[in-house]
Design a protein around this ligand. Structure first.
Ligand code: SAH
Ligand code: SF4
Ligand code: F3S
Length: 455
């Protein structure tokens, strides 16, 4: 860190007589958004202000995602369009960060074919940003740091996107190697932050008025295993729950194979943990789950769901589904539809399978045509629409606590927010409510939200 202070001073001195505006854009999951907030923190220390308009920027950082091909194509499209910006403003600095940078074939391609990119910064090399910038300012054509560092940037100031909702990563990396997934390759093995660092961060956020704390990890259930088991995830949750203040605790994601009864008991005996669980299913077919290396069966998954619903039959669940995993048969797909109807998720996040170089599944020769995959996707969404419409009716006439997060874009005079159950709620309100909890009574429901009135 000391060394970085010196470099930051050097960079600040070079920039001293210029205007400096930074444009940082994060793609992908909330962990990546959280990294983007750290990148912004470092830029702020150097002396940058921020802009939402890339045309105004003196430095642009694209914090990328590699989880599906479409995510990468989007970034390549944006990089392409930045060539013109660079021609108009040769002193503009453009850097690439995030998960795409961890793939050698991508960094090679960038170096060879995209001269508008000045530097590449790996997912665990955020603290190298000042050094990479210094290289650029001293005239280096291209610099890169994609090294793997065991550094959580514990003392890095963050420029957070929200004044009332905060993401708190509790661990980085993943050990699960689901056969379709690139994350373990681009984010490395599981590394947990120390419990005291996490608790202190949450206390600090709550004292600043944050109302929602989202604990993040690729599989939060294996939190602490690399720390010699001096604290498990349910224990960490109980410690977080003890912190004084008016706030809600959420967490993401949970691997179903590790969602223990202790964890579920912890939710229901807590004061502040949301009564909602995001439990990625991926497929409703045991044979597909096996090919995905998910290491649970549908029967085990249902047992977990039944246990949650033994506490509360209406307990709110959401999930992730992959459609069109290599050689998924019609019958296997039907099994997914059946499970979705049976579990009655409030919401599903569904994705068409995307082949990722380097993963096990990418070696399977796939015989399912693209149009079959698209048709399955449409069918899945149709089934879920019906389930959500029916499900959301259960809230009508009930009370809900909602954290208001903005003005409704759909209805004039309405505000929008998320209920404790992670349901979108809209009701008549005004800007002054943004960032606070409001109690409402639900008066009506749709397939994507409920409406209500303030009590
Ligand atoms: N660690 C989290 C999620 C990681 S990525 C978890 O295990 O739940 C978020 C979601 O993207 C996954 O749950 C999966 O549904 C989807 N996904 C990951 N790799 C994919 C791929 N190659 N093609 C399509 N969807 C994918
Ligand atoms: Fe990917 Fe599986 Fe790890 Fe989630 S648990 S990040 S899906 S490998
Ligand atoms: Fe994407 Fe990386 Fe997250 S691949 S989903 S940004 S961990």
């Amino acid at each position: 860190m000391k060394e970085n202070d010196v470099i930051i001073k050097d960079v600040a001195e070079i920039l001293h007589d210029r205007k400096h505006l930074a444009y940082v854009r994060s793609f992908g999951c909330q962990l990546n958004v959280s990294d983007g907030e750290k990148i912004k923190g470092l830029l702020k220390r150097i002396g940058y202000d921020f802009t939402d308009d890339e045309k105004q920027a003196d430095i642009i950082i694209l914090n990328t995602c590699a989880v599906r091909e479409s995510a990468e194509e989007r970034v390549f499209g944006i990089i392409g369009s930045m060539k013109k910006l660079k021609e108009e403003n040769p002193s503009l600095i453009i850097g690439l960060a995030g998960c795409m940078t961890a793939q050698a074939h991508i960094t090679e391609k960038i170096k060879k074919s995209y001269p508008q990119i000045d530097f590449v910064m790996g997912t665990s090399a955020i603290n190298s940003l000042p050094k990479l910038l210094l290289d650029c300012l001293r005239g280096e054509k291209f610099s890169a740091d994609t090294g793997e560092y065991d550094d959580f940037s514990e003392n890095t100031e963050q420029v957070r996107e929200s004044k009332f909702k905060a993401s708190v990563p509790i661990m980085f990396g993943c050990n699960n190697f689901c056969t379709y997934c690139i994350v373990p390759y681009v984010r490395g093995r599981e590394r947990s932050r120390k419990p005291e660092d996490i608790i202190n961060e949450v206390k600090n956020l709550v004292s600043k008025g944050y109302k929602e704390i989202m604990l993040l990890g690729q599989n939060v259930n294996s939190y602490g295993k690399d720390l010699g088991n001096n604290m498990t995830f349910p224990e960490l949750l109980r410690e977080t729950d003890k912190i004084d203040g008016d706030f809600i605790i959420r967490f993401m994601s949970s691997h179903p194979k590790d969602a223990s009864r202790e964890l579920i008991d912890t939710i229901f005996s807590s004061k502040k943990i949301a009564r909602h669980f995001h439990l990625p299913l991926q497929s409703g077919s045991n044979s597909v789950l096996e090919r995905m290396n998910r290491r649970y069966t549908i029967e085990q998954y249902l047992e977990t769901v039944d246990y949650m619903r033994s506490y509360d039959p209406d307990f709110s669940l959401t999930t992730d589904i992959i459609v069109g995993f290599p050689n998924e048969t019609d019958e296997e797909f039907r099994e997914t539809l059946d499970i979705i109807k049976r579990i009655r998720y409030d919401n599903i996040y569904s994705f068409i399978y995307s082949r990722r170089t380097g993963t096990k599944a990418s070696e399977i020769a796939d015989t399912i045509p693209e149009e079959v995959k698209s048709r399955r996707m449409r069918e899945l969404l149709e089934v879920q629409r019906t389930v959500s419409t029916e499900n959301y009716r259960r809230f009508v006439g009930r009370r809900m606590r909602v954290l208001v997060d903005g003005i409704s874009k759909k209805r004039n005079g309405y505000v929008t927010g998320k209920s404790d159950e992670f349901i979108i709620a809209e009701f008549v309100g005004d800007r002054s409510m943004i960032g606070s909890f409001v109690e409402i009574e639900v008066t009506d429901s749709m397939n994507w939200a409920v409406t209500g009135r303030i009590i």
